[in-house]
Structures are given as structure tokens and as C-alpha cells.
Design a binder for this molecule. Structure first.
Ligand code: ADP
Ligand code: MG
Length: 328
């Protein structure tokens, strides 16, 4: 974990009325694998994959990594790609052999008025799969379905947060079918899907305005503004550099169960702060009046020498008490 002082202050403020927000890549392994390929009529499976593979080599999104891995496994050749553009939260587009090839989300398909087989799509999405569409010059070349695995530790984290009375929200750019599937599996309190990158921080702000303390956990470039907006921003160590830069806390092991450790550590830190306040202030409250001679009549006075010894003692007790945090 890595904290600076100001962030540390925020960090110790974590309390039970907090609401935790996750993006999908955090709760899942972020390791997509292709499960189904549906080429359009007249397009071969390899041709469909080759187009997607060529474009996706330009991106480091988990979806892109899954498609690139499959392309490499099949030893497909790459087309030359020019004018690559990231359509944040929607997919990407590039020029391949003079044609405009995009790999995009269902939402982007609808926005561009390109029709697709809704039945097949519904079936795949209902199984919790993320579906991307490969489009060449506005003509659909086929669909590729990918699945990610929910991390085992995510189940335990969500359950324990709920046991502590903490509300959980999952916020993702993925389509609502997949998001609801993952949300239901995990028992998340609320799912907000198809969120565009710039909207993420807006949702965090809304929750804060509702009087909640919000901790946000994210990994992507898109998550950075929301991580900054949240009371506590937590980045997954395996996430993008900008998310790591913006966050208050970094989970270096990329393990969601460390979220529970953050809660434990922050509670223990607050407790230590109070204890040490009592040790330090308590000494002064008693010793200063004594040194000033308040009990002189009954024969109790602290000499400067004894005062110095007790002063040091109180400092040592505070330091030792702080060190004991490590073994709590
Ligand atoms: P999240 O909020 O879960 O991190 P993103 O905003 O990263 O989601 O992505 C949202 C959606 O945009 C994805 O579900 C996918 O449909 C589409 N998308 C993003 N990047 C890519 C990509 N490299 N290739 C294809 N589709 C993508
Ligand atoms: Mg992301």
C-alpha cells in the first residue's frame, strides 16, 4: 500500500456508512477468453477473427487481450492497421486495407443503427458473456463472445461488506445483461451498467451528495476521474498507470480481499490515534498542574527532572503503542 499524508487522513475516515463501488474488471479476473464466434454469411471464422485481431493489437483493454491471445493461438496473420482510434467505453476503430473496421459494443451498434441477430445476442448475454461486433464499412462481419471469470475472493468480499452493513454498487461500461449476471452471482446491492467513461465520476458524486462516503475500486483509464472523485480511491495493482496514479490506495497484489484488510487496518489506525491522544494529552493534563504546584499543600510536586523523565516516558509509550499496530 502507498499513501501520502493527506490521503492517509481520508483513508482513516473509512467508516461503516461507506458505499463501495467496483467496476467489472475488479471483481472478475480481467482475463477474457473467446467462447463463441458467429461470423456473418459469406465471412469465414478466421477472416472475422483476423479483422478483430489486427485492430485489437492496438489496444490493451482486457477484451483486446482475449482476442489477441486467440489470434496468436490460431497463428493468424495480421493485416496492416492505420489510423487507430479508441472509442472510449464503446470499442475501437481503425483503417484496415482501406476499409474502416470497428470492434464495438451492442450499445454502439444500436447508436450506429446497424442491425444484428438479437436472439443470438440475447442468448450469449444471458449467459453473462460480453459480446463485441466486428463491423467493416458499416457492414456487420460477425459477433465474438467473450467470458471472464468472477474471482473467487470477490464472493467473500461482497458478503463480508454486506455483513458489516456496507452497501455495494457495481458500475461498468459493459452491457446491462452481463453486468446484471455478474451482479446477481455476487449478490451486489446495485448494478449500474452501460456507463460511459465520463459518467462514472458523476455517479460517484451523486452518491456522495446523498450523504454517503464512497470508496471506489477501479483498474481502467476510464476509472481515474471516479477514483479521484470518491472519498477513497482504490486501484488494482495490475490496472492502468493512470488509475494507479489517481488512487489513494493501491492493491499491489490485485486481490479484492485486500479491501477487507484496508477496512481492518483503517479501523486499527483510528483506534491507535485515539489511544495515543489519551496517552499524550492525559500526561499533560495531570502533570502540568502538578508541576505548577496545585497539590503543593499536600506535599506533591513534580520537579523539572521527574517531569522530563515522565515526558519521555509518555513519548516512548506512544511510539511503542504505534508500533504494536503491526501485530494487530
Ligand atoms: P468497464 O467499465 O467495465 O471497465 P469499459 O468502459 O472498459 O468497461 O468498456 C465498456 C464496453 O466497451 C465493453 O463492454 C465493450 O463492449 C466495449 N469495449 C471497450 N474496449 C473495447 C475493445 N478494445 N474492443 C472491443 N470492445 C471494447
Ligand atoms: Mg475498464
Amino acid at each position: 500500500m502507498h499513501l501520502n499524508l493527506e490521503e492517509f487522513e481520508n483513508f482513516t475516515k473509512i467508516s461503516d456508512d461507506i458505499s463501495w463501488k467496483f467496476t467489472t474488471g475488479t471483481l472478475t479476473e480481467g482475463n477474457f477468453g473467446i467462447t463463441d464466434i458467429y461470423p456473418s454469411k459469406g465471412v469465414s471464422e478466421d477472416e472475422l477473427l483476423k479483422l478483430a485481431y489486427s485492430v485489437e493489437t492496438q489496444s490493451d483493454h482486457p477484451i483486446a487481450k482475449g482476442i489477441v491471445r486467440e489470434g496468436k493461438e490460431r497463428k493468424l496473420e495480421l493485416y496492416e492497421v492505420k489510423d487507430f482510434k479508441n472509442l472510449t467505453g464503446k470499442g475501437l476503430t481503425a483503417n484496415v486495407n482501406g476499409a474502416e473496421v470497428s470492434v464495438i459494443s451492442p450499445g454502439a451498434m444500436r447508436a450506429n443503427h446497424i442491425s444484428f441477430d438479437e436472439k443470438v445476442y440475447e442468448k450469449l448475454a444471458g449467459q453473462g458473456k460480453t459480446v463485441v461486433f466486428v463491423v467493416k464499412d458499416d457492414v456487420l462481419q460477425g459477433m465474438i463472445a467473450l467470458a471472464d471469470i468472477i474471482r473467487k475472493s470477490s464472493f467473500e468480499v461482497i458478503k463480508e461488506l454486506h455483513d458489516r452493513g456496507i452497501e455495494t454498487v457495481m458500475m461498468t461500461g459493459d452491457n446491462s445483461r452481463v453486468a446484471n449476471y455478474v451482479g446477481e452471482q455476487l449478490g451486489i446491492s446495485k448494478v449500474i451498467a452501460e456507463v460511459l467513461p465520463h459518467e462514472k465520476s458523476k455517479y460517484v458524486r451523486e452518491l456522495k451528495q446523498g450523504g454517503k462516503k464512497v470508496a471506489m475500486i477501479g483498474d481502467g483509464i476510464n476509472d481515474a476521474p471516479a477514483l479521484a472523485e470518491a472519498d477513497v480511491g482504490i486501484a488494482i495493482g495490475a490496472g492502468t498507470d493512470v488509475a494507479i496514479e489517481t488512487a489513494d490506495v493501491i492493491l499491489v497484489n490485485s486481490n479484492p480481499s485486500d479491501i477487507l484488510n484496508i477496512l481492518r487496518l483503517s479501523k486499527a489506525t483510528t483506534r491507535k490515534m485515539f489511544q495515543n491522544l489519551v496517552w499524550a494529552a492525559g500526561y499533560n493534563i495531570i502533570a502540568i498542574p502538578l508541576a505548577a504546584g496545585i497539590l503543593y499543600n499536600v506535599g506533591i510536586v513534580i520537579t523539572p527532572a521527574i517531569g522530563a523523565v515522565i515526558m519521555s516516558l509518555s513519548t516512548i509509550i506512544c511510539a511503542i503503542n504505534a508500533q504494536l499496530l503491526k501485530i494487530e
